[in-house]
Write a protein that binds this ligand. Structure first.
Ligand SMILES: [Zn+2]
Length: 285
């Protein structure tokens, strides 16, 4: 996971910018009438997010034409996002773009390597339609992580997915992602989670669930394929540097990536390769 500074856009202003582009006056008026409720839902979201208790917010199971707030249906609320925030020519698209571009290097904060391709509703709009355009609930994401999180709503602290805007610094500042080099032909890398012992049980469970829900082992494994082939060629060019030379080179690469992010597949992979006696003793020629 990568941290992103939480957006500071005023949720009421964002909501108003969205609904002001609605041409149908009766719909605009009905949506305008629940403006305060949206604002208080956003306030409650922020309060719960700051204490890592978003799982305590109650999910709704409304059908699309059910009235959710005032005289507004669920479908009307969620379309404020799809039609009036995502829409390319809508004024609120500027806010969408700002959130979309807030991820460092355009990389998804949930997996750390895929490119951002959407905004993820951290609490899904299907279950929390009142949060459809609340900026703090909209996180840039790749499509795989977005679909991995799905519409399942956590009801316990342990199953709450990591929140790039609000979660603990220790998910960023301490290493929890590791890997093992498996002696196959060609070599394969197996990724796993090993949280620091001193973490609380909730943090340990959360990061394990995050790893599983985003299918990170399989997805990181795919990334390693091209890197391992290139690495083999590079190491062959070093000539006779021996196992200790190979180990030193791999260790330096791991440290280099570690300085950028402590939990990237590259850090875990190069550490695993450096630890592997048989890999360091391989004939790269
Ligand atoms: Zn992702």
């Amino acid at each position: 996971m990568r941290a992103i500074v939480a957006p500071n856009e005023d949720p009421r202003l964002v909501y108003q910018t969205c609904i002001n582009s609605i041409r149908k006056e009766s719909l605009r008026n009905r949506l305008n009438a629940v403006d305060n409720t949206i604002f208080f839902a956003a306030k409650e979201y922020e309060e719960k997010a700051l204490i890592k208790q978003l799982y305590t917010l109650t999910a709704s199971n409304y059908k699309k034409n059910d009235i959710v707030l005032g005289a507004v249906t669920k479908a009307e609320l969620t379309s404020v996002y799809t039609d009036h925030m995502v829409g390319l020519n809508k004024p609120a698209r500027l806010i969408y773009d700002k959130l979309y571009n807030s991820a460092a290097l355009g990389k998804c904060p949930f997996c750390g390597f895929s490119s951002v391709s959407t905004l993820d509703h951290y609490l899904p709009k299907a279950k929390f339609p009142q949060l459809s355009v609340v900026p703090m609930n909209l996180v840039p994401s790749c499509s795989d992580c977005n679909s991995g999180k799905g519409v399942i709503t956590a009801t316990t602290a342990e199953t709450q997915s990591l929140h790039p805007y609000f979660d603990h610094d220790h998910f960023i500042n301490e290493q929890w992602l590791f890997a093992e080099a498996i002696q196959t032909i060609p070599i394969t890398i197996h990724f796993y989670v090993q949280p620091p012992d001193h973490w609380d049980d909730i943090s340990k469970a959360k990061v394990k669930n995050h790893f599983l829900n985003c299918d990170l082992n399989a997805r990181y494994k795919k990334e390693t394929t091209a890197e391992l082939a290139s690495l083999k060629n590079t190491l062959s060019l070093y000539g006779e540097i021996g196992a200790s030379g190979i180990h030193a080179e791999l260790t330096i690469r791991a440290k280099g990536y570690f300085q950028l992010y402590k939990n990237s597949w590259q850090v875990a992979m190069f550490q695993a390769l450096a630890r592997s006696y048989w890999y360091c003793n391989s004939d790269f020629s």
